[in-house]
Every structure is written in C-alpha cells, then in structure tokens.
Design a protein. Structure first.
Length: 176
C-alpha cells in the first residue's frame, strides 16, 4: 500500500505567536484569548490567536475550521487545553471529502480524539480499492444517524505523535 505524505512532511501548524491576529498587540501571559484553526487551502492549516475583544469585534476569518478559548501561557508553561466536543465534531464535518494528505491526517486525528472521548463508537474496518476505511457511529445518537467513514492514512506512530504535538495547543490528552 502506498504511504501518504504526512502533515509533518508538508508544514507545521505552529504554536501561538503571542500576538493578536487583528491588532498585532502582544497577548499578555495569563490573560484569556481565542485561538483559531484556519484552513488556508493549498497553503495548509494555520493557527491564529486573538484578544477576546478583537475576536468579538472582528469578522470570522475565511477558512475557519474551529476555535477555542484559552489562557495565554506563562513562560514555557504548556497547558492541557480541553477543546469542546462540538468544535471537534464541526472540524470532522468540515474536513469531510477533503482528500489532501494533511487534511486526511488531521481528520483521522480528530476522529481518534472523539473515539477516545467516547463520542464515537468504532464499528469496523472496510477495505476498498486498496484503502482502509474505519466505520464509526455517534455514541448515544439515534440508530438512524448516518455512519461515518474515515480514511486511515496509515501514519507511522512518530508521525501521529508529531501531528499531535503540532496540535498540542488544543489536544487535551496524548494518544498513548
């Protein structure tokens, strides 16, 4: 089976710049802010940070996949941010049908996060045309709800860890 290129090979999402994307002002450690994940098309995924006032006043950026409220870290402190399940579900839906390798890998990671949070139930694996599709159902939802099929990009463990680290600003648990 052909191995897909991974997001770690293409580009990094990056950490907070510590500056508001609208005003350019420094975001002071310990203050609330809003972090947003933006889909820049062929240029990849990008993280932007906003002061809470700028987020309230500014129009939402084009390509917005999701956003979450957080606190600007103090020094090198690494925060375990809990991202809202509805935001993860929204990201999963918005990435459906996008076959770019970095988006496939990101959708896979979001599905694994939702599985770990017990928002998805794994139903099985289906192989079609040399590709592996994992089938999921939404936990606690009507049995008539549509099933999800998520392409397994067959990331090496190191690639999955690297992707989780890149997304570590809002991943609330490691994937061990």
């Amino acid at each position: 089976m052909r191995r897909m290129s991974t997001p770690t090979q293409r580009r990094s999402i990056g950490r907070s710049t510590g500056r508001c994307a609208v005003t350019g002002a420094a975001l002071e450690p310990g203050t609330p802010c809003v972090a947003a994940l933006i889909d820049r098309g062929d240029q990849g995924l990008e993280r932007l940070d906003y002061s809470t006032d700028a987020w309230q006043a500014a129009p939402r950026p084009e390509g917005l996949l999701g956003f979450w409220r957080t606190i600007v870290p103090v020094g090198e402190e690494r925060r375990g941010i809990v991202i809202d399940d509805e935001v993860l579900e929204s990201m999963l839906a918005r990435l459906e049908g996008d076959d770019r390798p970095d988006r496939v890998a990101f959708r896979w990671l979001v599905a694994l996060m939702l599985l770990r949070k017990r928002r998805l139930r794994h139903l099985g694996v289906e192989r079609r045309e040399g590709r592996e599709w994992w089938r999921f159902a939404w936990a606690g939802r009507d049995a008539e709800a549509p099933l999800l099929e998520i392409l397994n990009p067959h990331l090496a463990e190191e690639d999955l860890r690297s992707l989780a680290e890149q997304l570590g600003e809002f991943v609330d648990a490691d994937l061990e």
